[in-house]
Each structure stands twice: as structure tokens, then as C-alpha cells.
Design a protein. Sequence first.
Length: 310
Amino acid sequence: MQIKIHAWSKMLKERIGRHRMKIGALEAGGTKMVCAIGTDRGEILDRIEIKTETPEVTMAKIIDYFRQFDIAALGVGCFGPIDIHKESETYGYITATTKLAWVNYNIVGTLEEALGVKVGFDTDVNGSALGEATWGITQGIQNSMYITIGTGIGAGVISEGRLLHGMLHPETGHIQMKQHPKDIFTGWCPYHGTCFEGMAAGPAIEKRWGKKAVELSDTMEVWEMEAYYIAQALVSYTMILSPERIVLGGGVMKQTQLLPLVHAEFKRQMAGYIQTKEIAKIEDFIVLASLQDDQGILGAVQLGVEALAV
């Protein structure tokens, strides 16, 4: 077995060596960490998944993985909240996360010290937005959004070709919602109750209807109500941020019947107020993620590429 592993490792390193610059990529999630080796051309050459446990256990495995390869830089798209301001004393830290073992953990500093390379760092959803903008369905578009709707809801925003940051990072999943006329559910968000995440994330669907989303595929009432909340949020984002394209990802959006309902409900709630060539072609304005669930890891690759330019 050791001979086979050694032979595989040698073959892998030779294959990677034939490519251009090697970039490490880490999509750091609360459940799992996806580690990959990519190139500045957007190729993924190797990847592994590591369970998210304590920093002591998980980070040792991540560092061991990246040490196998001569990477030029590392990009990290991370669960949050995180500190992304380089002038801050806690830049590169995971801050007030619900993953208690990771509260105030210096993930960037740990990786830089262990690997001796520059580290690009941003939120996981910003990473996905960057992945789509670099290699996916928002290439060449200056203003776009990537929204993930799954266990939670979050978004990455690209404005005038740059990832949008502020005093922290946009918390788009926590805007308040007007309840559907037939909805008596009071929301599951412990902070805001009826915010977008509280009303439309995967756990909200399960708590409202008593079944997981995948078990409710044929119940149209579920998806009409879900489309109501998603469209309401997209109308608000469109009014405030004026994106030229909105990309929807995450587990909830794998329900194939949902996107057409969102299109129709968006037009109904917009009520003709904004009339642009983008909105006129609604199927091209609100679209699904295009990179076969690799948008996050490819965005991390690009974060690594951009770190080299600083």
C-alpha cells in the first residue's frame, strides 16, 4: 500500500509540475474544509475534504496537505464573521462565529507562518462571487451578486469590478422580510426572526413544513412561498445595488421548479418600476451558478492569484 501511495503521489506531483503557477485554495466551511491545488488558469488539479473539528486538529491536516506542493500563494474563502480589514489588529481572524472552537482564531496568520506564502482572504460567499466573475457566468460583468440559499443565506457582491466590503462584509441574509399572506411561520433566526435567512433558508423550510426540502419537491405551495421570499429579497438587492446579473446557488436552488417561480414572482413584485434591458431578459438576469459547485474553490484560487499582486 505504501508503494502504491508513493507512486500515486509522484505521478500527481509530476502532473501538477507540467502546469503553470500552482495556487493553494481553501474553502473553509463550518462543516468541512475543501482544500485544492489550482492554477492561475482556473484548473483544479487536486482536492481533498477535511472535517471541520477544532483548529488544532483541522488546521494541522490542512497545513500537511498544502506542504506537499510548491504553491506560490494560498487563497481562503472562509465562514464568518471574519475580519477582512488589513489595517485591523485582528485582520485574518474568524471572529464571533457560532463554531465556538474557532472564535477569535487567527486563520490567516497560522497559514502564513506555516506555509511561508502570501494568503488572500475573504468570505466564502465573496469567494463564490469571485469564482463566477473570473471563470463563470458573470465574466465581463462589472456589477453582480452571488447568493447562496442553503443551510444559511449569504451573498457576495461585486461592484464596479471589485468585491464589495464595508465596516464588516454585507450580511444580506438578514434583511427583514414582509411575510407571505398565507404564512404563519415566525422565522427561525435567533437574532431577527423573520429575516430572509429566518424565512427562506433550508432550516426554515423544514421547520415550517415539518419535512426537509428534498421531501417536499412535489408540493407546489412550498416553492411558491419560497419564491415569494427569494424574489422579495432580490427586488430589494436590485433597488439598492443595481446588479447587472444575480447568480443563485446553494442546496435550496437545486429544486428545478424554483427558478421559474422566482422569475415570475420577481417581475410581479418589481411591478414594472425598474425597466432595463437586463431585467427585460429575466432568464439572463437571475441565473443559477454555472461552475458545478466549484465556484467557491475557484474563487479561493483567484484570491490566491490576487494576493501575489499585492
